[in-house]
Design a protein around this ligand. Structure first.
Ligand SMILES: Nc1ncnc2c1ncn2[C@@H]1O[C@H](COP(=O)(O)OP(=O)(O)OP(=O)(O)O)[C@@H](O)[C@H]1O
Length: 272
């Protein structure tokens, strides 16, 4: 097996004394692809990304390209892993460019300021977002904030991208551009794990879909193997047909909710 991969095994993540993810094992994620992380609200998707990014204490194994991510310092990890949170913190009195430079400085604290600014501009150019460079972060629209968050995650050119709902506030053009940019990055040997609620978008762009439910793994596989009527019933509590389209993506026709949504509540961990 190639050394260029992400291994997650025996991973347990808790908030205080409450374990949200227990003993999670995921098949090794080979570099060069997009993995969509899906599942209902509260399933543990953000918790998993934050644990991999080193923002939450976790036990178990998270290895990237043969290196133990859980044992790395913040600076070492910043050079390997780019994390885009679901929402950027409010009240940051910096421009978009300054926030990207700040993110770059975590990965390379001794970096030359001018070069770091150039890299920050280059990443904004790649995202067609250079017009946002001097805008204060706090004055951006929801979609513009997502572009800024993504730019921060991409800027250090990390081996692994962890993106938490990167397209939820984006219009169609920006959605397509972002997914295509991420695909280009993965084709050059990086890995991306992306939380998506839009299962059709996940099926269109992801090589692998990992479905989480109640803090654990429900199923993983190619989009057509993972996104099935049975999964939609068990995990989301909906009765739906899944139609494979000639383009390779899927259409999901929801017909009804399952009886009183018990499956969905259980999947989200509320019934535990
Ligand atoms: N800071 C926190 N402190 C305590 N519990 C938390 C915290 N953040 C999340 N949780 C709990 O962890 C569980 C998983 O939350 P998480 O945010 O990982 O879900 P998710 O799958 O990303 O959901 P969504 O799709 O709604 O974003 C939920 O039960 C939630 O209440």
């Amino acid at each position: 097996m190639s050394n260029k991969s992400l291994h997650i095994s025996g991973l347990t993540v808790s908030y205080g004394r409450r374990a949200i993810i227990r003993d999670l094992h995921v098949s090794p994620i080979q570099a060069g692809g997009i993995t969509a992380l899906v599942g209902p609200n509260g399933a543990g998707k953000s918790t998993l990304l934050r644990a991999i990014a080193g923002l939450l204490p976790a036990s178990g194994k998270v290895w990237l390209n043969g290196q133990n991510l859980l044992a790395m310092s913040r600076q070492q990890r910043a050079a390997y892993v780019g994390f885009m949170p679901q929402s950027l913190p409010a009240g940051v009195g910096l421009s978009v460019l300054e926030t990207i430079v700040t993110a770059l400085k975590v990965a390379s604290p001794t970096g030359n300021e001018k070069l770091l600014r150039r890299r920050a501009v280059a990443v904004l150019e790649r995202l067609n977002a250079v017009h946002l460079a001097l805008e204060p972060l706090d004055r951006l629209s929801g979609g513009q904030r997502q572009m800024a968050g993504l730019a921060q995650a991409l800027a250090p050119d990390p081996e692994l991208l962890l993106l938490d709902e990167p397209t939820s506030a984006l219009d169609l053009r920006h959605q397509f551009h972002i997914m295509r940019t991420v695909r280009e990055l993965t084709r050059s040997g990086r890995s991306a794990v992306i939380v998506l609620h839009d299962l059709a978008l996940a099926a269109e762009w992801a090589d692998t879909v990992v479905v989480m439910s109640g803090g654990g793994l429900y199923v993983e596989g190619r989009p057509t193997d993972a996104v099935t009527p049975v999964m939609l019933r068990d995990v989301y509590g909906v009765v739906a047909d899944v139609v494979a389209l000639p383009s390779g993506s899927l259409r999901i026709d929801i017909r009804d909710l399952t009886d009183n949504g018990a499956a969905a509540r259980q999947a989200a961990g509320d019934a535990a």
